[in-house]
Design a protein around this ligand. Structure first.
Ligand code: ATP
Ligand code: MG
Length: 587
C-alpha cells in the first residue's frame, strides 16, 4: 500500500484575491477618483469665492484708508491759512520761527510735508529745509491755489518718478494774498503696507494712469502697459502654466507669471479706481491640502483591503498546510498502531501456547495432590487393620485375623475404585450413576472412619429417617464427600470441651445430609471451597477436601453449603435431587 496515497491532501493554489475582492478594489478606486475630482471642483469654487470675498473686503479697506488720509490732509490748509503766526511771518517777512513751527505741526498732522510759499511762489518755510528759498511758482499747487479761494488738490510726478499729492490754499492778510500753504499727503506709506500683504495693488486716476502701485515700475503707466511690461512669458511657458493650473475657474490675468484674480473698484475721489490682483496659489494650496488628505484616505482604505485579503489568503494556506500535516501525522500513527497490533497478536499466540502448557501442568499438579489426598484415608485404615491382624496372629487367633485381612482387602478394593474415580474426575465425565440410599452411604462412610473415631473422644448423634432416601449418585464419590465432611468436623472439635458431631439425614424437596459440629467454626467462608485453602499445619491438611467434595456434589446436580452456628461450630449441608418415586415406593 502506498503509504501516503490514502491521506494525501491536495488543494488547488487559489488566487490571492477573489473576483469579488477585485471588484471591490475597482469600485473603491473609481469612487475615489470621482470623489477627488468633484471635491476639487467644489472646493476650488468655494475657496475662490471666499478668497474673492476677502479680496473685496481688503479692497474696500484700502480705499477707505486712502479717503480718510486724503480727508485728514484736506482740512489742514484751511487751519494753517488762519494761523496768526504764519500770517504775521508773511506780513513781516520774518520766517525765523516758521520752519520750526511747520515741523512741530507735521508731526501732529501726520502729513508727508508742509511748505510755506510767499506771494511770489518762493519757499519761505518748509519741513524739508533743503528746499527753502527755491521757487515753486509754476507748480500746480501754487498756480491753482492763487486762482482759487478754496483748498485745492493737485498731484504730479516728482523727479523720482513718484506721485506727490498736495492740498494747497492761499493765505490772505486783510483781503490781500500774502502766501500759499501746501500740505503733502503721505499716500506712499499705503503702497508699502499693501505690498506687505502679497497682493498686487494699484490705484489709477481719472485718466487711468497708475498713480499708486505696489510695483514701483507701474507708476505712470496704464494697466495694460503695466501688465505687459511686467510679464512677457513665452508661448511654451504659457502652455505649461495652463496645464499646471488645475483650476475649475477661468483665470483673470497673469501677474509675474502667476494666475491671478483681478478685482477693480471705484475710489470715491476724483474718479480714482483701485485694482487688486489676488493669486490663486493660496486657493490651490488649500484645495490641494484637502485633496491630499482624501487621496491618502482612499489609499489607506485600499491598503487595508489588500492587507486583509492577503492575510486571509495566507491564513487559508496555513490552514491547509496544517491540515495536511495533521493527516500525515494521523497516517503515521495509524501505521504504528497496525504494526503494534500485529506484534501483540503474535505475542498473544505465544502466550496462549504457554498458558495451555502451564494449565496442563497445573491440572497435573492438582491431580496428583487429589490422588494422595483421597488415598491417605484408606492407607491409614489399612495400616491399623494390618497391625491388628499381626497382633491376632501372634495370639494365635487366625479367624479373627482373617476378618481383619478381609477388611484390608476391602480397602484395597476401595482404593482401586478411588483411583478409578479420580481418573474419571480428571476427565470430568459423569458416569456410573445409580440409585443410592443416602443412609447406606453414610453408614458405609462412618465405618470407614472407625479407626479415627476410636482414637478420638467424640459424641456422635444422628437423626436418620426410617425410610430410604434415594438419590442418583456414584456410591464411592458420595461416600468420599461424607468422609471429608466427617474428617473436617473431627479436626474442628479436637480441642472442644464436649466434642459433638450431629448428623441429620432428611428427605424433603431435596435429599439433605447435614453434618454439624461444636468446633472452632469457619474462619473464612469465602475461600472455604477454593483448592489448597487450609488453616491446618502442613502434613495435617492440603486444602483439597472441600474443593473435591463441592466438585463431586455439583457433578451430582446438588449443592454443598457451609455456615457458622451462633452457639459455635460449623454446619455443612449436602443437598441432592431426591428420587421421589423410589423414595415413596419404599415407604
Ligand atoms: N467443620 C469445620 N469447622 C471449622 N473449619 C472447617 C471445617 N471444615 C473445614 N474447615 C476449614 O476449611 C479448611 C479447608 O478444608 P478442606 O477439607 O478443604 O481442607 P483441609 O481439611 O484443611 O485439608 P485436607 O485436604 O486434608 O482435607 C480447613 O483447613 C478448615 O480451616
Ligand atoms: Mg479436610
Amino acid at each position: 500500500m502506498g503509504k501516503d496515497s490514502n491521506f494525501d491532501v491536495s488543494h488547488s493554489d487559489r488566487p490571492a484575491m477573489s473576483w469579488l475582492g477585485r471588484i471591490g478594489v475597482l469600485a473603491v478606486t473609481v469612487i475615489g477618483v470621482v470623489v477627488v475630482v468633484s471635491t476639487n471642483q467644489w472646493l476650488t469654487k468655494r475657496f475662490t469665492e471666499t478668497t474673492r470675498n476677502r479680496a473685496e473686503l481688503r479692497q474696500a479697506l484700502y480705499s477707505g484708508n486712502l479717503i480718510s488720509e486724503l480727508q485728514r490732509n484736506s482740512i489742514v490748509p484751511l487751519l494753517l491759512s488762519r494761523d496768526p503766526n504764519l500770517i504775521n511771518a508773511l506780513d513781516s517777512d520774518d520766517y525765523s520761527q516758521s520752519t520750526q513751527r511747520l515741523i512741530s505741526y507735521v508731526e501732529e498732522i501726520g502729513s508727508a510735508a508742509l511748505i510755506l510759499l510767499d506771494e511770489g511762489g518762493r519757499v519761505v518755510a518748509a519741513t524739508d529745509r533743503n528746499i527753502i528759498g527755491s521757487n515753486h511758482k509754476p507748480n500746480p499747487y501754487f498756480v491753482e491755489a492763487v486762482r482759487s479761494n478754496d483748498t485745492v488738490f493737485s498731484s504730479f510726478r516728482n523727479k523720482n518718478g513718484a506721485y506727490v499729492f498736495d492740498y494747497s490754499r492761499r493765505i490772505e492778510a486783510s483781503g490781500k494774498l500774502v502766501g500759499v500753504i501746501v500740505v503733502e499727503a503721505d499716500l506712499r506709506k499705503f503702497e508699502q503696507s499693501w505690498a506687505g500683504i502679497s497682493d498686487a495693488v494699484f490705484v489709477t486716476d481719472s485718466q487711468s494712469t497708475i498713480i499708486l502701485a505696489t510695483e514701483p515700475r507701474w507708476r505712470g503707466l496704464i494697466e495694460s502697459e503695466a501688465l505687459e511690461a511686467q510679464s512677457a512669458p513665452s508661448a511654451i511657458s504659457r502652455a505649461i502654466r495652463a496645464t499646471a493650473d488645475w483650476t475649475a475657474l477661468p483665470v483673470d490675468a497673469y501677474v509675474l507669471g502667476q494666475a491671478v484674480m483681478r478685482l477693480e473698484n471705484r475710489v470715491p475721489f476724483r474718479g480714482w479706481r483701485i485694482t487688486t490682483f489676488t493669486p490663486y496659489a493660496s486657493v490651490r494650496e488649500r484645495v490641494n491640502g484637502v485633496l491630499a488628505i482624501e487621496i491618502m484616505g482612499f489609499a489607506l482604505l485600499l491598503a487595508v483591503a489588500f492587507y486583509f485579503a492577503s492575510r486571509r489568503a495566507r491564513a487559508r494556506s496555513v490552514f491547509f498546510e496544517k491540515e495536511s500535516a495533521e493527516l500525515r501525522q494521523l497516517n503515521e500513527a495509524l501505521q504504528r498502531e497496525i504494526t503494534e497490533r500485529k506484534r501483540a497478536e503474535r505475542n498473544l499466540e505465544v502466550a496462549e501456547q504457554t498458558l495451555a502448557q502451564s494449565s496442563k501442568l497445573a491440572a497435573l499438579g492438582e491431580m496428583s495432590a487429589a490422588v494422595s489426598h483421597e488415598l491417605n484415608q484408606p492407607l491409614a485404615a489399612m495400616k491399623t487393620y494390618l497391625a491388628g491382624a499381626k497382633l491376632l496372629l501372634q495370639r494365635k487367633r487366625p479367624d479373627e485375623a482373617l476378618s481383619s485381612f478381609q477388611r484390608v482387602d476391602d480397602l484395597i478394593e476401595r482404593m482401586g475404585s478411588i483411583t478409578r474415580q479420580l481418573k474419571s474426575y480428571a476427565r470430568k465425565g459423569g458416569d456410573a450413576f445409580e440409585p443410592i440410599d443416602m443412609r447406606e452411604a453414610f453408614s458405609s462412610a462412618l465405618s470407614m472412619m472407625e479407626p479415627q473415631l476410636k482414637r478420638q473422644e467424640v459424641l456422635i448423634t444422628r437423626s436418620i429417617p426410617r425410610s430410604r432416601v434415594m438419590v442418583m449418585a456414584d456410591r464411592v464419590r458420595l461416600e468420599q464427600v461424607i468422609i471429608n465432611l466427617l474428617r473436617n468436623a473431627l479436626d474442628a472439635i479436637k480441642n472442644s470441651v464436649e466434642p459433638t458431631i450431629e448428623i441429620i439425614i432428611s428427605a424433603g424437596e431435596t435429599a439433605t445430609l447435614t453434618v454439624r459440629d461444636n468446633g472452632v467454626g469457619i474462619d473464612d467462608l469465602d475461600s472455604l471451597f477454593e483448592p489448597f485453602y487450609t488453616t491446618k499445619a502442613p502434613g495435617d491438611g492440603v486444602g483439597l477436601g472441600l474443593a473435591i467434595s463441592s466438585g463431586i456434589v455439583n457433578d451430582l446436580g446438588g449443592r454443598l453449603t457451609a455456615r457458622n452456628v451462633e452457639t459455635g461450630g460449623a454446619v455443612f449441608e449436602v443437598k441432592l435431587p431426591i428420587l421421589e418415586e423410589l423414595t415413596e415406593a419404599a415407604e
